[in-house]
Design a protein around this ligand. Structure first.
Ligand code: APR
Length: 313
């Protein structure tokens, strides 16, 4: 298989895939390895079904010895192949009191994403979509970084992590002190007017939400939060950077993501195809478990804090 040729063909291939995919949801796991190079610019995509009862269920508490052995193995991977690029999802923020998406108690168990999180839904009824985002903006803004966020910031300062790719919009990595952060699904930092392009910061948006309901631009249009809705393209510079990082790292550490949503769920494939390794810290299964060199089924906060200690020893 001639990978370089596929890379050169990427622009053409992306166009082909975009048109072929308009009415089709493809499972990332069904892609052939050579197809993986072609899918960088997919719109945000996921199966919008019932919550997966396997995800996020209370696991047996991990005993101290098992945790110690798992963490020792992860520390060894980081020493040998680090600095790691870390890929985080909603599971890193549940210990800050923010529900994830696909657990039985996750956000999509209460809100149908088709009605509240697609670009079509926003265009049809922005006021209804803001009724959901108003609650989310307030909750995320009040949340504080937890032990997992703080551990990742510490690992970066110590030189064990080179960059963080996050699907989260909650700004908690930044608040914890991480510096090299790539936000692939946008964030609550700003909201923008789709008519005139004016951008408003979170404080202004929160004040408007308290006072008058859905935030509006001075020109009168309802603002759109700068988060990526399903059906929307990911910010190009961010997803390109995420792919670059995934391809160039020798160790990708996934923390708190079920890896169900494209195109981010394809990043581990990029790492492995480029000769790197993938390790996963996640409660419950992920789509990449079978191909990871290490899977730790535990809480991100506890595991990553223990990793900091193990790497200091
Ligand atoms: N420690 C480790 N893992 C955890 C923890 C925890 N404390 N809490 C929950 N998890 C696990 C869940 O069991 C689940 O497997 O984290 C995973 C979170 O997966 P999802 O809910 O699918 O969240 P995420 O992968 O971030 O979703 C990706 O989907 O809905 C969209 O745009 C949204 O960015 C989001 C994207």
């Amino acid at each position: 298989m001639d990978l370089d040729r596929h890379r050169l063909d990427a622009v053409l291939a992306q166009r082909r895939i975009a048109s072929a995919e308009a009415s089709e949801i493809v499972d990332a796991r069904d892609l052939e390895p050579d197809e993986v190079f072609r899918v960088v610019r997919y719109p945000l995509r996921v199966g919008l079904g019932e919550p997966d009862l396997q995800l996020g269920v209370e696991v047996e508490p991990v005993d101290g010895e098992t945790l110690r052995m798992n963490v020792a193995a992860l520390a060894e991977l980081v020493r040998r192949h680090g600095p790691a690029v870390v890929l985080t999802g909603a599971g890193i923020s549940t210990e800050s009191g923010i529900p994830d998406f696909r657990s039985p108690t996750g956000t999509w168990a209460h809100y149908d994403p088709q009605e509240y999180a697609t670009l079509d839904a926003f265009e049809a009824d922005p006021i209804k979509v803001w009724s959901f985002y108003a609650l989310r903006f307030r909750a995320l803004n009040e949340a504080r970084p937890n032990a997992g966020h703080l551990a990742l910031a510490e690992l970066e300062r110590a030189g064990h992590v080179s960059a963080l790719v996050t699907q989260n919009i909650d700004l908690l990595h930044e608040r914890a002190g991480s510096r090299e952060i790539v936000e692939v699904h946008g964030s609550i930092r700003t909201s923008t007017c789709r008519r005139c392009g004016a951008a408003y910061g979170i404080e202004t948006v929160l004040t408007q939400l308290e006072r008058d309901g859905p935030p509006r631009c001075d020109c009168g249009d309802v603002l759109k939060p700068d988060v990526v809705f399903f059906g929307e393209q990911l910010p190009e510079a961010a997803i390109d950077r995420a792919y670059e990082l995934a391809r160039s790292t020798r160790l990708l550490l996934v923390a708190g993501s079920a890896l169900e949503v494209r195109p981010v769920s394809l990043l581990p494939d990029e790492t492995v195809l480029a000769g790197g390794r993938v390790a996963i810290v996640n409660r419950g299964p992920t789509s990449f478990d079978g191909r990871a060199v290490l899977k730790i089924d535990g809480r991100a906060g506890e595991t990553l804090s223990a990793l900091v200690d193990a790497l200091r020893a």
